[in-house]
Design a protein around this ligand. Structure first.
Ligand SMILES: NC(=O)c1ccc[n+]([C@@H]2O[C@H](COP(=O)([O-])OP(=O)(O)OC[C@H]3O[C@@H](n4cnc5c(N)ncnc54)[C@H](OP(=O)(O)O)[C@@H]3O)[C@@H](O)[C@H]2O)c1
Length: 305
């Protein structure tokens, strides 16, 4: 496993993180082997959110920690808040209330990181600062970050927030690349040149932030996986070819493609299958060549100017 530094204390976290959005219905035995498989691969990073399964995903982990409290210290636990009742909410009151619920469900006294899940247009940076300050001073949260935020939203928060924004969790896969497309097509009068995110990847590099890629195998917004999808024939052929050359499964190459971007990249996989966790972990050992990386980008249907 390869590790990257997260937050001001530069905690070592695995470049593959386990997303827990789809585990709400897991029974205890399955959850145990799911977590054990990840830990055995050197994966120490687990991503939750207060809304996953209406809180049930966090409860699954809470039960594991109750049974074996030593498990908690083997993990870097991240959760997210801000989505509720059909709106986004960065108010101090809501952030504090949400974290208390998260800690209770997880049966832990602290989170290693809290992300604000989706930008709230009504955000008041001072309120966010006050919430973070209380959470940090009480030891409930060690690090902070955001998700689905562009650079301007992060800069706006930073007008008052004194804590480092350590990560931005954004959607990215070979079949979902708007954050890259605009950079290839600067000043062109074509659709891919439209800047949809304000240069988030470059901003994260400049500010030494971790870029967490959610839905690393999905087409568009939960459009299903592109692996073995006939609409992505050329991409699957290229993945098969490169996977054969490295002696791995093609999902490994799909994750390695994300890790090849030269920021502090962290893939948040959503698989619930232990064998696929093992495939994901192997991506940490693969550095695709520049040619392989560009070939895969083009095989997904993208054109370079
Ligand atoms: N910040 C945000 O707004 C946001 C939004 C969405 C998600 N997330 C985070 O990102 C994580 C990952 O998201 P995601 O679950 O959408 O990601 P994903 O890894 O792209 O998709 C997971 C799905 O793909 C399937 N899959 C995995 N490998 C496969 C393979 N080789 N062949 C066929 N199917 C395969 C999985 O099935 P199996 O379980 O059967 O393997 C699962 O249903 C979430 O758990 C969550 O932590 C964040």
């Amino acid at each position: 496993m390869r590790y990257i530094e997260y937050g001001s204390e530069k905690t070592k976290v695995s470049c593959i993180g386990i997303g827990c959005m789809r585990i709400a219905a897991m029974d205890e035995n399955t959850a145990e082997s799911f977590v054990q498989t990840a830990l055995e691969q050197g994966i120490n990073f687990f991503d939750h959110a207060d809304i996953y399964g209406g809180g049930r995903s966090e409860q699954v982990f809470g039960k594991l920690f109750q049974k074996d409290p030593s498990l908690r210290d083997k993990m870097f636990l991240q959760s997210k808040c801000a989505i509720h009742d059909g709106m986004f909410d960065f108010s101090k009151e809501y952030i504090l209330k949400s974290v208390d619920g998260i800690l209770e469900r997880l049966h832990t006294d602290h989170l290693d990181a809290l992300l604000l899940h989706r930008p709230d247009a009504l955000m008041e940076p001072q309120e966010v600062q006050d919430a973070f300050d209380e959470l940090h001073k009480t030891g409930k949260v060690k690090n902070f970050g955001v998700s689905n935020c562009n650079r301007y939203q992060m800069d706006l928060l930073k007008t008052k927030v004194t804590y480092a924004l350590s990560a931005d969790q954004m959607q990215m896969s070979i079949a979902h690349t708007p954050m890259l497309d605009a950079g290839f097509n600067v000043n062109m009068a074509i659709d891919p040149s439209i800047m949809r995110d304000g240069g988030t990847l470059e901003y994260c590099r400049i500010n030494d932030m971790v870029v967490q890629t959610w839905s690393p195998l999905q087409i568009g917004y939960f459009g299903g996986v592109f692996l073995n999808n006939e609409k992505y024939g050329e991409l699957n052929e290229k993945l098969d070819e490169i996977a054969a050359a490295y002696g791995v499964e093609k999902d490994t190459i799909a994750y390695a493609w994300l890790l090849r971007y030269p920021a502090k990249m962290q893939v948040i996989t959503g698989t619930t299958t232990p064998a696929r966790i093992q495939s994901a972990a192997k991506a940490a050992d693969i550095t695709l060549t520049r040619k392989e990386w560009y070939d895969l980008y083009k095989a997904a249907g993208n054109r370079l100017p």
